[in-house]
Structures are given as C-alpha cells and as structure tokens.
Design a protein around this ligand. Structure first.
Ligand SMILES: NC(=O)c1ccc[n+]([C@@H]2O[C@H](COP(=O)([O-])OP(=O)(O)OC[C@H]3O[C@@H](n4cnc5c(N)ncnc54)[C@H](O)[C@@H]3O)[C@@H](O)[C@H]2O)c1
Ligand SMILES: O=c1ccn([C@@H]2O[C@H](COP(=O)(O)OP(=O)(O)O[C@H]3O[C@H](CO)[C@@H](O)[C@H](O)[C@H]3O)[C@@H](O)[C@H]2O)c(=O)[nH]1
Length: 330
C-alpha cells in the first residue's frame, strides 16, 4: 500500500515507518520536526518536511504519491503541557487534524488510522477501561483528541466510502529491540525515559509526581504497552479497514503498574540506584488508567506479546546507552 505517515519522525511514528517498510509498503513521511528527528526516518521512506496545517502541501503529497491510507501520529502529546498551553493543543491536535481530513477529502483519500489515547477517558469510575467506558477527558490534551474522534465519526457518517480506526493507546514504552531507533524528546517528560536519564546521569534526579493518590502505593497507575506490539496493531487495523468502518480499540496490556513499580524496574534493569524524590502531583494526571484490551483480541486477534515491564525498560535502555545524545540534533 502507499501510506502517508504524519508525525513519522517521532517516537511511535518512526517505529511504524520502519515496520511498514519492512512489510513492503511505500511510505511517505510528513513531519514538521517540532519534536521529531530527520535521522529517525529511514532512507527508504520519502520525507516531506511539512505541517498538518499546510492544506496545499498535504493535498499535493497525497496526489503525487497516490496515497491509499494515512496513519496520523502528528500531535503535541504532553498532558502537563496541555494544561498550560490549551490553545496550542487544540490548534495543533484538533484544528491540524481537521485540515488533514479536509485535504484527504480533496485528494479522495478515504482511509485513516489516527492515534487516539486513554486520556480521552478522563478519570473513569471503574477499571479496567473498555471501549464503552464513558469518555470525559480531564485535560486539554485528552479533549483535543476526543474532539478528533467526534470529527472522524461525523466525517464517516457523511461519506460511506470513508473509513477510520482510532486506536486509543495507553502508555507506550520500549523501542526497537534491535536498537536502530528510540525515544528522544526535548524536553522529555515521559516516566521511563526520565528515569533512564537519571540512571545514566543525564539528570541529577527524578521525581515521583504525587504519592497521595487513591491507589495501593499512593502513586499513579498506568498500562505500559511496548511500541512494537502497538505498531503490530496499526498494521492489522490498516489492512482490515473497509469503507464505512468506524473502529475504536484500546491498546494496552490490560495490567496497571504504579510509578513506584516502574522506578523499581528501571533501577533493577540498569543496576543504578539513582536518586528519586517525591514531588507534587502534576496537573491533569488521573490516578489510574489501565485497559481492557479484549475487544481487539476478539475482533482482530491482537494482543500484546510483551507484557513484562522489565523487557520494555531494557529495550528502551539499550538505545539510550548506545545514543547518549539521542539523535544528536537538539
Ligand atoms: N507516547 C505515548 O505514550 C502515547 C500515548 C497515547 C497516544 N499517543 C499519541 O501517539 C502519537 C505519537 O506520539 P509520540 O509519543 O510518538 O510523540 P512524538 O512527539 O515523538 O511524535 C509526534 C510527531 O509529530 C510531529 N508533529 C507534531 N505536530 C505536528 C504538525 N502540526 N505537523 C507535522 N508534524 C507534527 C512531531 O514533530 C513529532 O515528530 C501522538 O498522536 C500521541 O498523542 C502517544
Ligand atoms: O518524571 C515523572 C514523569 C511522570 N511521572 C508520572 O508517571 C505517570 C506516567 O506519566 P507519563 O509518562 O508522562 O505519561 P502520561 O502522562 O500517563 O501520558 C502518556 O500516556 C497517555 C495515555 O495514558 C498518552 O495519551 C500521552 O500522550 C502519554 O504522554 C504519571 O502518573 C506521571 O505523573 C512521574 O511521577 N515523574
């Protein structure tokens, strides 16, 4: 298939590009490099430096490359930052995708797999989270993605040829087990890479954001899913999508780990007893989020193969150790 991967120079997108190429697809990457890296995109993919807001460039790219499916990873992705910069988040993650969808309509491209998130569920009353759990985001990041889900539904309702899948990711972790690409964000805010930065001396210490949550050890619980498994699900979704379909699936392992448990896993894998201090709660963080991933298993046969946190941490650590300066471009 001819696939446009928006946000393909980022952490998850670059893993998708690698896999799509390995499967024999023709891949075009569009990324504005706000938080992505040119070096994360393999030479076999066509790279277009461009923005979700650039309607003309997207229409041209879709037409020039006879694109059949778009996989959209492009977004701003930090919960805490979204609380401080709500307008930026709605502009990029909601208005930007609206422009992408308008460009797809103009070019006659009717298939999209769009990254959604567990953050669309807000603070659910019950765990685990199923796809029917009511969505009530509690931060602008989650709301910016929830709004796109509604826009996609309306688009599909108006056009029987249009089809979309919205995988709702829980917390994505790990990286290519062969160490070819990794996770390099500036600033880095995700728990596992932050802890790895502390373990490798890139930061003096790490903080646990809140120990007074209503959870067994008082720290937040999340469902960490390996990026390689996550991308497997995208390939399945892209290949399964039929005109008119509107697919929503949770992508997680179905098990929650607390911040303290992740700290212990990182200390064990690295063998470094780095300093961890207790900090205040971070605005916008729900206490507990973990998936019921049954629906996608029953309907498409996907389930996470890697469920061991230490394996996820070890894969992330491998790239970190080999690339102390990340991609070296920022
Ligand atoms: N990392 C996670 O745990 C997680 C969990 C749930 C959902 N997601 C979603 O997965 C997707 C990928 O996340 P990631 O962790 O790889 O983030 P990332 O920041 O590494 O990648 C996002 C990429 O999109 C690009 N980008 C951002 N805005 C753009 C724009 N307007 N035009 C063109 N390119 C733009 C960035 O430069 C970056 O390369 C995002 O949509 C995110 O919301 C991530
Ligand atoms: O230095 C740190 C960083 C994080 N945390 C905590 O660790 C947990 C995980 O945080 P983080 O890794 O930043 O991920 P989330 O905020 O849970 O968000 C991720 O997971 C969401 C889905 O659950 C996605 O939508 C987001 O894009 C992605 O960033 C949270 O409880 C944080 O409070 C700390 O205690 N210290």
């Amino acid at each position: 298939m001819n696939v446009l991967v928006t946000g393909g120079a980022g952490y998850i997108g670059s893993h998708a590009v690698q896999r799509l190429l390995a499967d024999g697809n023709t891949v075009v990457v569009m990324d504005n490099l706000f938080r992505g890296h040119r070096a994360a995109v393999p030479a076999e993919a066509t790279f277009v430096q461009g923005d979700l807001h650039d309607y003309d460039l997207i229409v041209k790219t879709l037409k020039d490359h006879a694109i059949e499916c778009v996989i959209n990873f492009a977004a701003w992705t930090y919960v805490g930052e979204s609380v401080e910069q709500p307008l930026g988040y709605y502009h990029n993650n909601t208005a930007g995708v609206l422009t992408l969808l308008r460009a797809m309509a103009e070019a006659g491209v009717n298939k999209i797999v769009h990254s959604s998130t567990a953050a669309t569920y807000g603070e659910p009353d019950e765990m685990p989270i199923t796809e029917d759990t009511p969505q009530a985001p509690i931060n602008p990041y989650g709301m910016s993605k929830y709004m796109v889900e509604q826009i996609l539904r309306d688009t599909a309702n108006a056009n029987p040829e249009f089809a979309f899948a919205c995988p709702r990711y829980f917390n994505v972790a790990g990286c290519d087990p062969e160490g070819r690409i990794g996770e390099d964000h500036s600033p880095e805010t995700h728990l596992i890479p932050v802890l790895l930065e502390a373990a490798t001396g890139k930061r003096e210490k790490a903080y646990i954001f809140g120990t007074d949550y209503p959870t067994p050890d008082g720290t937040c619980i999340r469902d960490y899913v390996h990026v390689v498994d996550l991308i497997d699900a995208h390939v399945l979704l892209m290949n399964a999508l039929k005109p008119g379909q509107q697919l929503f699936y949770n992508l997680g392992i179905g098990n929650g780990m607390s911040v303290r448990e992740i700290v212990d896993a990182v200390k064990k894998v690295t063998g470094v007893d780095f300093t961890v201090e207790i900090g205040d709660r971070r605005a916008g963080d729900p206490p507990s989020l973990y998936a019921d991933p049954k629906k996608i298993k029953e309907e498409l046969g996907w389930e996470a193969k890697i469920t061991d946190t230490e394996t996820m941490v070890a894969d992330a650590y491998k790239w970190f150790k080999a690339n102390p300066e990340g991609y070296g471009d920022g």
